[in-house]
Design a protein around this ligand. Structure first.
Ligand SMILES: [Zn+2]
Length: 228
């Protein structure tokens, strides 16, 4: 078992490889990797922001992400974290940043017990480099589900369940006296981390919220992106 590839569980591990994967899985990882210009996406919704992704959301990467997220497989999560840490651009993005923030998990994900990969990766990067970690504005944690979890045809700008939840929450805060005066303010350079980017809607929304609270430049790093 020990010398078997941790992705496909069939072929032996490549000994010269630092990661416990076989030849074919390592080759697939290399093929799915996105470099420099083709991995960046500047999005319209929030100026001075960009999304940088490390891999295409396919094959072995998709398998590791789903294994970690849906099955809460700790080994898969560990391999993902090692893979992310081994990328040069991750190191330079972390060095550039003043603070690391994981993209807020959706209510849907929490209800269904999905593992929060973004938060785990962000904490690991912070632990390794000593960079400060923070959380996104709390409103964003009340989103019902990501647009990406829907079919393409059923994507909407406003989710009815989400709107009702947020409305309830606002009335609750109003009636039970939590003051909205204590809005946290964010430093100039923010590194926002997420697992997969599909429409970019969650990251755009989060980036805008961070900018409203003082962030100058928001750079988003995602492990994978699901569009080509
Ligand atoms: Zn393999």
């Amino acid at each position: 078992m020990l010398n078997i590839c941790r992705i496909c569980f069939t072929s032996p591990i490549l000994t010269r490889n630092q990661l416990p994967f076989c030849v074919s899985c390592s080759n697939e990882l290399a093929e799915l990797r996105l470099y420099n210009s083709n991995c960046k996406l500047t999005f319209v919704a929030a100026p001075n922001s960009e999304i940088q992704s490390l891999w295409r959301y396919r094959g072995v990467i998709r398998e590791l992400i789903l294994r970690a997220k849906v099955k809460r497989d700790c080994a898969a999560l560990r391999h993902l974290v090692s893979l992310v840490e081994s990328c040069d651009e991750v190191q330079s993005l972390v060095n550039w940043s003043d603070v690391i923030i994981p993209a807020p998990s959706s209510l849907w994900g929490r209800v269904h017990g999905s593992l929060d990969i973004a938060s785990q990766v962000a904490h690991q990067l912070s632990k390794k480099t000593g960079k400060t970690i923070s959380t996104a504005p709390s409103d964003l944690y009340w989103r019902w589900r990501k647009q990406a979890r829907r079919g393409r045809e059923s994507r909407v700008d406003e989710d009815l369940i989400e709107m009702s939840i947020l409305k309830l929450r606002r009335s609750f805060l109003k009636w039970f006296g939590s003051n909205n005066g204590s809005v946290p303010s964010f430093p100039n350079r923010v590194l926002l981390i997420d697992d997969v980017v599909t429409s970019g809607a969650t990251l755009s929304k989060t980036a805008r919220a961070l900018k409203d609270r003082g962030a100058g430049v928001v750079r988003c790093l995602t492990i994978a992106r699901s569009y080509t």
